[in-house]
Design a protein. Structure first.
Lengths: 144, 144
C-alpha cells in the first residue's frame, strides 16, 4: 500500500479499490468466537439445512466487517471511518469469493472536516449485491 | 456438591462419581476458539466426510478435558489433580452423550503427599471406551 487518498484526490464517481474476500468455514468458526455469535446456522450444516438454508451461511456482521475493511484499506491510517451501515438482503455461503466494492457519492466540508460519502456493497460471483451499504469517511487534506 | 473425599475415604476399587457430558457442535466451535485448534474435521461436515470420517468429531483434547473435569469435580478445591494422561483410540461425534468414569487403583503416601491413582475413561452410549486414561490426585487427610 503506502498510497492513500487525500480529500482533493476524490470526487463523485471515484471508485474505491475492490477488496476480494475468500470466506471459509474456518473463518466463520473464528468469527463465531470473536463475535460471540454461536448460532448454529454459521457452522452446523445439518442444523442450517434443517432451518431451510442450503448450508452454513456467513454472519451478516462479518460481511459488514468486510465492508469496513474495504474502506479502511482504502483510506489508510490518516483517514477515519466515521459511519458505516448496510443491509443484509441475502445469504452468502463460505467457499466462494466475495468482492467488496464502493463508489464516492458526495464530498463536502462540515464542521471543519473533509468528508466523503460512499455507496459500498458486497458482490458475489454472479454479481448479486446482497449487502448494500453506505459510509462516510474523513480524509486528510493536502493543505494539512 | 459440598462433599469431597478425604484420602481416608477412598480405597482400591472406589468409584469416581460419573460425569455425563452432552457435547454439541456449538461446544466444538467454542473449543476450537479457546484451544486454537481450528482443524476443519471438528466443525465442517463436508470436509470431515471428505477425509473419510462419518461427520464432525470431537477434539481429543476436549475429551481429555472432560476427564479432568471428572476428577476435579470429584476431588473438589482441597484436592489437586497431579497427573492426567489418556489415549485417543476412537472418534466421538457431537449429539450423543458421553459418560466419564473412573476407579481408584492405588492409594499411597510419597514425599509427604497423600496420593491416589485412578483409571479413568470416557464411555459412549454403546459402552465403547475410546478414551482410556490414568490419573494421580492428591487428597487432603482428616489429620490435616
Amino acid at each position: 500500500m503506502g498510497s492513500y487518498p487525500y480529500w482533493e484526490d476524490v470526487e463523485e464517481g471515484t471508485e474505491v479499490p475492490s477488496l476480494v474476500k475468500h470466506p471459509t468455514t474456518r473463518q466463520l468458526v473464528r468469527y463465531a468466537g470473536v463475535s460471540g455469535d454461536f448460532y448454529e446456522i454459521h457452522y452446523d450444516k445439518d442444523f442450517a439445512q434443517s432451518t431451510g438454508l442450503p448450508g452454513v451461511i456467513l454472519h451478516g456482521a462479518l460481511k459488514s466487517a468486510f465492508l469496513a475493511q474495504l474502506l479502511t484499506d482504502w483510506i489508510g491510517p490518516q483517514g477515519t471511518l466515521r459511519k458505516l451501515g448496510c443491509q443484509y438482503r441475502g445469504m452468502d455461503q463460505p467457499g466462494a469469493p466475495l468482492t467488496c466494492k464502493g463508489v464516492v457519492t458526495k464530498k463536502y466540508v462540515a464542521n471543519g472536516e473533509h468528508l466523503v460519502d460512499c455507496e459500498v456493497w458486497v458482490e458475489d460471483e454472479k454479481g448479486q449485491k446482497f449487502t448494500p451499504g453506505w459510509a462516510t469517511v474523513v480524509l486528510p487534506t493536502r493543505a494539512g
